[in-house]
Write a protein that binds this ligand. Structure first.
Ligand code: DHB
Ligand code: MG
Length: 226
């Protein structure tokens, strides 16, 4: 792998962050969310402020009123997404770890979105299959950001909770360039690579991957259901 100037990547990300602070009433809630997640010992793998803004902007562009998130972690991206919802909108966020879910619930509530957001605890595959079986209304936007090993499964299940025009996003699909390897040794890298191949050849998706600069190069996949 080519050497990358990680300091430059971080400075670029910080520069963008200073240009565009968080909108509305949520900046303090986002900061507090990060502090609480750190205090509770959650891994600091939430989306960057700039990627949070990207999620928010795409949700607004899509006029999303029903959003599904797969992988809540501490609720940071949920706050960004909830900020884009209309007053009648809803966000369901799936989280396997009950401790993470409690942190997410508290942070989302403090941000003022407790009435719009439900953090649902359990393995995402089970929750998704439950929604499919109960014929849940299709979602307008789905954000996949959980274990990368299951990304292709989450995509297949998400397709069954979609309609033409649904936007499906997936975080961490470049993973520092490790997805470039034919057979990545790491199961999460392999999962992300398989996801990229699945959306690229999917007959019902129009897709792209947007590289994301952080302390390493990563990327977000953006797909629209035909
Ligand atoms: C990891 C997971 C993420 O969702 C992320 O944004 C960054 C890293 C990880 O598991 O390493
Ligand atoms: Mg992620």
């Amino acid at each position: 792998m080519e050497p990358i100037d990680e300091q430059l990547l971080e400075r670029i990300d910080a520069y963008i962050e200073t240009l565009f602070p968080a909108p509305g009433d949520v900046p303090d809630a986002l900061e507090q969310c990060l502090r609480d997640a750190e205090a509770a010992g959650l891994p600091a793998i939430q989306v960057s402020p700039n990627e949070g803004r990207l999620l928010h902007t795409i949700a607004k562009l899509a006029r999303a009123a029903r959003i599904l998130e797969i992988g809540a972690l501490g609720g940071y991206s949920a706050i960004w997404l909830a900020q884009s919802l209309p007053a009648t909108g809803s966000l369901i966020s799936l989280e396997i770890n009950p401790r993470y879910a409690a942190v997410a619930r508290a942070s989302v509530g403090r941000a003022g979105f407790g009435n719009l957001v439900e953090i649902r605890v359990g393995p995402a595959g089970e929750s998704l299959r439950g929604m499919i079986q109960s014929r849940a209304e299709p979602f307008d936007l789905i954000f996949i950001d959980a274990d990368k090993v299951s990304y292709v499964e989450y995509l297949d299940l998400s397709m069954q909770l979609s309609r033409p025009g649904t936007v499906i996003l997936a975080d961490n699909v470049i993973r520092g360039g490790r997805v470039l390897e034919d057979a990545p040794a790491d199961a999460n890298d392999a999962g992300a690579r398989a996801y990229n191949q699945a959306i690229a050849r999917h007959p019902r998706l129009d897709s792209l991957i947007l590289p994301i600069l952080r302390s390493r190069v990563d990327g977000v996949a953006i797909s629209i259901v035909r």
